[in-house]
Write a protein that binds this ligand. Structure first.
Ligand code: NDP
Ligand code: HEM
Length: 503
């Protein structure tokens, strides 16, 4: 192709220089308009295509570029090049988000926050697609679409429905841990800079000797945790829907670069067989006392994207995107997500979504995938489009081979039928959070926030749903249950009687 000639004249998308950008071509000054006014067609047609489907979840978000710097040597756990030298810097892109709201929804809604990081490593892009909480509402991906429907709009009223939300949670006891965190003031963080991020799932790392450990990722905010109370969040919602976007953008524009300290928890494969909880259960944390945090590095955001749509809206993260030295785990939720995200991107952005600049690996991409809509990377040029072949020099490098693993177990829909006792303890960890970790003020706020949220339950099943959820709160902590019941004006004796017969 000939070299692009730059000029500063107004043009169509095909480069035709034109003059009239505000008045259509008409028969006489009063019209009608001629069909041949192609510039008018192009402007209207392109405008009609400006919106792409919004993400089915996490639609409202903000993003920025930055740098990850290694501060500690963790080569005993992983051979991943991103971690291979103290002082090593890797470019990142991070997108924060709320979960349930549409693209125009308020940044201060009570909701988990997404914390999705793309590390542009020399061995390919690594996406860590986490949240600001260490756990999640469910532990099996088969439940995800049902769960998310309850967070969206009621099919009849087209309004958000606390009745659907609490109906589902009360019927899904494994949600309790995440629901408690959501009801605490951490459910309404002050923007994105003052919250932690978590990989949440259990992942694995593989070192140069092909030895594997399991890990959890933590990103502790260096700005300190800051949350809105329920009232403050509501006030901010009426004042500035885009508070978190503005806060992040302005901080970075002003050179006040937000940072997070990256840490990992490490569990050996032997320990994973022995711990008295399921280490691959996304509704559980690994206690710090048994699995202490290990320092790894610092993540800093230091550059706002020049164009929101180009980089933030078109960014696409996938938990499946790992690099050598990092691995998955048997966590069922993670396994489900490996499939779901690239599928979502192919629908939202098209089959060649990985060629969009923010998603593109800046290092080598060598494969035999060709063609498809919006193929803009040269499509492999004249090179062969099949493998193996006798013509190109693309090789397989055996040093990247992963250790093989042996699996042996019974195939079944395991969870309800056969799960081990510990897997169904939905109460001990939220109890520890409420009793041992939260301050008195946090406890009081969590209780008030929960009463406020549960007050929205309405309709003929109101009492059933409230009582069912109260049973979970009582099992977690009696005082918590009593205070929620009192706040909702519920007769405790009736709840106790109904609880006697339930699971
Ligand atoms: P620790 O006392 O060692 O850790 C407690 C953790 O809780 C800290 O990481 C702290 O994070 C975090 N925390 C404090 N307040 C809240 C809140 N309102 N909502 C959510 N997290 C909060 O205890 P354990 O490791 O034994 O865990 C006890 C309980 O703490 C767990 O059952 C779990 O509910 C919660 N927790 C545990 C985490 C883990 O990975 N072990 C991670 C986060 C929560 P920070 O330093 O940011 O204040
Ligand atoms: C976004 C599916 C669980 C964090 C998404 C998207 C889908 C999805 C389809 C939209 C992707 C897009 O259009 O770009 C699922 C499924 C899950 C699940 C099927 C469970 C089986 C989780 C969990 C976390 C999480 C457990 C966090 C620990 C995120 C984040 C985004 C997202 C942060 C937004 C990414 C971005 O900023 O573009 N999820 N999700 N999800 N999900 Fe999940």
């Amino acid at each position: 192709m000939s070299e692009e000639k730059k000029h500063n004249k107004l043009t169509t998308a095909s480069g035709r220089i034109y003059v009239e950008n505000e008045n259509s071509k008409t028969v006489g000054p009063r019209g009608p308009i001629l069909l041949e006014d192609y510039i008018l067609h192009e402007k209207m047609a392109h405008f009609n295509r400006e919106r792409i489907p919004e993400r089915i979840v996490h639609a409202k978000g903000s993003g920025a570029f930055g740098t990850f710097t290694v501060t500690e040597d963790i080569s005993q756990y992983t051979r991943a090049k991103v971690f291979n030298k103290i002082g090593k810097k890797t470019k990142v892109f991070l997108r924060f988000s709320t979960v349930g709201g549409e693209k125009g929804s308020a940044d201060t809604e009570r909701d988990p926050r997404g914390f999705a990081i793309k590390f542009y490593t020399e061995d390919g892009n690594w996406d860590l697609v986490g949240n600001n909480t260490p756990v999640f509402f469910i532990k099996d991906p088969k439940k995800f679409s049902d769960f998310i429907h309850t967070q969206k709009r009621d099919p009849y009223t087209n309004c958000k429905s606390p009745t659907m939300v609490w109906d589902y949670w009360s019927l899904t006891p494994e949600s309790l841990h995440q629901v408690l965190i959501l009801m605490s003031d951490r459910g309404t963080p002050v923007g994105f800079r003052h919250m932690n991020g978590y990989g949440s799932h259990t992942f694995s790392m593989i070192n140069a000797k092909n030895e594997k450990v399991f890990v959890k990722y933590h990103f502790k905010t260096a700005q300190g945790i800051k949350n809105f109370t329920d009232e403050e969040a509501a006030q901010m919602k009426s004042k500035d829907l885009d508070f978190a976007q503005r806060d992040l953008l302005e901080a970075i524009d002003n050179g006040d670069f937000p940072k997070w300290n990256m840490k990992i928890q490490v569990m050996t494969t032997d320990q994973a067989k022995k711990v008295d909880f399921n280490p691959f259960d996304l509704t559980k944390v690994w206690p710090h006392s048994e699995f202490p945090l290990v320092d790894v590095g610092v993540l800093e955001l230091n550059k706002n994207p020049d164009n929101y749509f180009q980089d933030v809206e078109q960014s696409a993260f996938a938990p499946a995107h790992l690099v050598d030295g990092l691995g998955y785990s048997p966590d069922k939720m993670l396994q489900g997500r490996l499939l779901s995200y690239p599928d979502a991107h192919r629908y939202r952005l098209g089959g060649n979504y990985e060629q969009i600049p923010v998603n593109r690996c800046p290092y080598a991409v060598n494969n035999y995938e060709r063609d498809g809509m919006m193929r803009v990377d040269g499509n492999g040029g004249k090179k062969p489009n099949y493998w193996p072949n006798s013509f190109d020099d693309i090789v397989v490098d055996k040093q990247y081979e992963e250790p093989s693993e042996q699996l042996e177990d019974t195939i079944a829909d395991w969870y309800d039928r056969n799960s081990k006792v510990g897997d169904n303890d939905h109460y001990s960890q939220p109890r520890a959070l409420f009793r041992d970790v939260m301050s008195k003020e946090e406890q009081d706020n969590t209780i008030n926030n929960t009463i406020g949220a549960m007050s929205g339950i309405s309709g003929p099943k109101r009492e059933v749903i409230i009582n069912r959820q109260l049973c979970h709160w009582f099992r977690m902590d009696e005082e918590f249950g009593m205070r929620i019941a009192k706040g909702l004006g519920v007769d405790i004796n009736a709840v106790m009687a109904s609880s006697a017969g339930s699971h």
